[in-house]
Write a protein that binds this ligand. Structure first.
Ligand SMILES: [Zn+2]
Ligand SMILES: [Zn+2]
Length: 258
């Protein structure tokens, strides 16, 4: 049973999940017995994943068979699970929550492609549209406070299946680093009366030194205080708060930024 434990020295929440260690590896980056097993994310192997939550099926095919273009399934080895309900408790100085939350996998393409960069703009826009659909659905559950979609690219990053996929985690708390960013933006607004991100956009458009590209809706920049080489941010040019409320056209435009 996974747990969320708070580190009392810095208030960071950590997911403790022994179950995750049992994942088999389905990739060809290194030789393992599972590397030769059929890819669980390829069409025809839908029974190798838990039943789908959402899939785009332009041919009208039925659930959990081939015919999809993007497919969302629960993570077979979840770091968080919803079944048990949310329980907070204390053990002396320690605070913990049972591993309540959502952990899903978004299979980005039916082709056995190993890098999202190989997908065309139309498919990328489809993937963003699926992200939007999942966020809109999950945010109805008020016990969930934060939703993050992320990718582990390559075995060094922890990916155990090479077929291009993203992951979604929905958590019952806001992570400390996200909270710090929200508070930072609030402080900036209180002192200057302006949005910090809108100010950054204005500055980077003038200076151009850190500007990577610009499209109708987005600006791609390397941030002034980059934490690592090639760190890149994609910012919406219009002051907007929510990824999930973009127009269909905006997602197509976002796909072009990649
Ligand atoms: Zn595959
Ligand atoms: Zn703004």
């Amino acid at each position: 049973m996974p747990e969320l434990r708070k580190d009392p020295t810095n208030n960071h929440w950590v997911i403790i999940s022994a179950e995750r260690a049992n994942r088999p590896t389905h990739n060809n980056w290194r030789t393992t017995p599972a590397a030769t097993a059929p890819c669980p994310f390829c069409p025809g192997n839908e029974d190798k994943t838990p039943p789908e939550i959402l899939a785009f099926r332009p041919d009208g095919s039925k659930a959990n068979v081939s015919g999809w273009t993007v497919r969302v399934v629960p993570n077979k080895f979840p770091a968080l699970i919803m079944q048990s309900g949310l329980e907070r408790r204390r053990e002396g100085a320690y605070e913990l929550i049972n591993g309540f939350g959502v952990h899903e996998v978004i299979i980005e393409t039916p082709e056995h492609v190993t890098n999202t960069a190989f997908l065309d703009e139309k498919q990328l826009a489809n993937i963003f549209w699926v992200y939007r659909r999942r966020i809109l659905d999950l945010k109805k559950d008020k016990r969930l406070r934060y939703i993050q979609i992320f990718k582990n690219q390559g075995v060094e990053a922890g990916a155990t299946v090479e077929h291009a996929h993203s992951q979604l985690m929905a958590l019952p708390m806001i992570p400390a680093n996200v909270m710090a960013k929200l508070n930072g933006a609030k402080r900036y607004y209180r002192s200057k009366g302006r949005c910090v991100y809108c100010d950054m956009i204005r500055r980077e458009m003038q200076g151009q030194a850190r500007l990577v590209s610009e499209s109708e809706h987005f600006l791609v920049i390397c941030p002034f205080a980059s934490r690592f080489p090639f760190e890149t941010w994609i910012l919406p040019k219009r002051h907007s708060l929510y990824f999930e409320y973009g127009s269909k056209q905006a997602y197509v435009d976002l796909a072009r930024c990649f």
